[in-house]
Structures are given as structure tokens and as C-alpha cells.
Design a protein around this ligand. Structure first.
Ligand SMILES: *Cc1c(COP(=O)(O)O)cnc(C)c1O
Length: 227
């Protein structure tokens, strides 16, 4: 058996855990998309993950994403808070924007889509713990915002994304996001990161955003050691 790169080994472990959590929840693992969050890691790390079968990547900064993507055969999702003045570049570069959370950003995306002749898939980010420091639409405004985005973008609005409060049991937050998506008839629930993806699968996640468990810790010089 050939030696696996650390990234390939990490992916083996994660895929096994995803399958286990899916089976425990009576779900088909094929219905769960792994988004490899490659932020802060250089393009060779992305290519190593592709060599190990990953096809979907997440980046939270458009500028940084543009240094690594597009890559033939890879799908890019912008998963981080998006500034209005970055919407145009995001629309041109990304297959999905998972952090739609305010009307002005919707305006900028709509304008950019018109100009570029392409509209990425969209997820509404919900600030599921209503934390002041986090982006995302508040839980109180979520229903009306989701309806407005559905009216505006139609089928391009695929679902919801959340980042639950750190250091608390994420399960109730995951269940709440899944219930919101159900109530709006939206198929995609992007929830679950390196530390909590099994709980997210149990609550109905369709997309997992996993960074450090694949690529190693983020931090100065850390990334090069993890290719
Ligand atoms: C960085 C990031 C992740 C991945 O976090 P890990 O804990 O490294 O898996 C997921 N989602 C978003 C929005 C992120 O910014």
C-alpha cells in the first residue's frame, strides 16, 4: 500500500467517522458533502486533498481564494462573512456563497450576477446563537429574510448555514437550523466543523465544513508542514 500524505490519512479518518455517524443516524453518507476548508493553507494542500478525492473546498476570504482558485475539477464555496465590495469577485470565482446575511449583500450579489451572467448557489447564514460578534441574520429576522431571499433568487437559494456558539453543546443549535431549513423547504444545511461534525450529522447536516481536521492547525508556518 502506498504511503498516504497526512492530508489523505486525515481524510480517511474523517470519512470513516462520517459514515459511522450517518449510519448511527439512519442516514446515507452519500447525502453528506464534505467541504474541505482550505483557508490559510497554500494551493499544494488543496491539490493534496484533491488527490485524495476531495472536490469541494471552502474559503472565507475572497482575495485569498482567488490566489488558489479556480482549479479544474474543484468547486469553491465562500463560507466566511462577505464584504459588499467583494461580492463581484466572489460571484465570478465561486460556485456557492454560503454567507448571505443582509439585504445590502443581496443587492451586491444580484448586481454582480447580472454583470457576470452567472449566479452562484446561495445559503443564508443564520446567527443561530444570536451572538453579537458573529455574522449571520438574527434568529428573529431569519424567517422574513429567508422568504425575501427565496423571492429574489429563486432556486439559487439552496439552504442555510450556521456556526453555533463555541464551548456549548451545539446539538440544539444544529437541530434548530435544520428545522428552519425544513420549514422553508430548503434542502441544504451547512453545519458542523472539525470539532462537532458527528453531532451535525445526527441533526441532519447535508454539508460539513471541515478545516483543521484535514489540513492541520492554522497558524504561522503550520500549513507547510501538513501537506
Ligand atoms: C474556518 C471555518 C471552518 C472550519 O473550521 P475547523 O474547525 O478548522 O474545521 C468552518 N466554517 C467556517 C465558516 C470557517 O470560517
Amino acid at each position: 500500500m502506498p504511503d498516504l500524505s497526512p492530508i489523505a490519512r486525515n481524510l480517511e479518518t474523517i470519512r470513516a467517522r462520517i459514515a459511522e455517524a450517518a449510519h448511527a443516524a439512519g442516514r446515507d453518507p452519500a447525502g453528506i458533502t464534505l467541504i474541505a476548508v482550505s483557508k490559510t493553507h497554500p494551493q499544494p494542500a488543496v491539490l493534496a486533498a484533491m488527490a485524495a478525492g476531495v472536490r469541494v473546498f471552502g474559503e472565507n476570504r475572497v482575495q485569498e481564494a482567488a490566489e488558489k482558485f479556480p482549479i479544474a475539477g474543484a468547486r469553491l464555496r465562500i463560507i466566511g462573512g462577505l464584504q459588499t465590495n467583494k461580492a463581484e469577485q466572489a460571484v465570478r470565482l465561486a460556485d456557492a456563497i454560503d454567507s448571505l446575511d443582509r439585504p445590502r449583500l443581496a443587492d451586491a450579489i444580484a448586481r454582480a450576477a447580472e454583470a457576470a451572467g452567472r449566479l452562484p448557489e446561495l445559503l443564508v447564514q443564520v446567527n443561530i446563537g444570536d451572538e453579537p460578534q458573529k455574522s449571520g441574520v438574527s434568529t428573529a429576522e431569519a424567517d422574513s429574510f429567508i422568504r425575501a431571499m427565496r423571492a429574489r433568487f429563486g432556486e439559487a437559494l439552496k439552504g442555510l448555514m450556521c456556526i453555533p456558539p463555541a464551548a456549548k453543546d451545539p446539538a440544539p443549535h444544529f437541530r434548530r437550523l435544520a428545522a428552519m431549513a425544513d420549514a422553508h423547504g430548503l434542502p441544504v444545511r451547512s453545519m458542523g466543523m472539525s470539532g462537532d461534525y458527528a453531532a451535525a450529522i445526527a441533526a441532519g447536516a447535508t454539508h460539513l465544513r471541515i478545516g483543521s481536521a484535514i489540513f492541520g492547525q492554522r497558524g504561522e508556518n503550520a500549513s507547510l508542514h501538513n501537506i
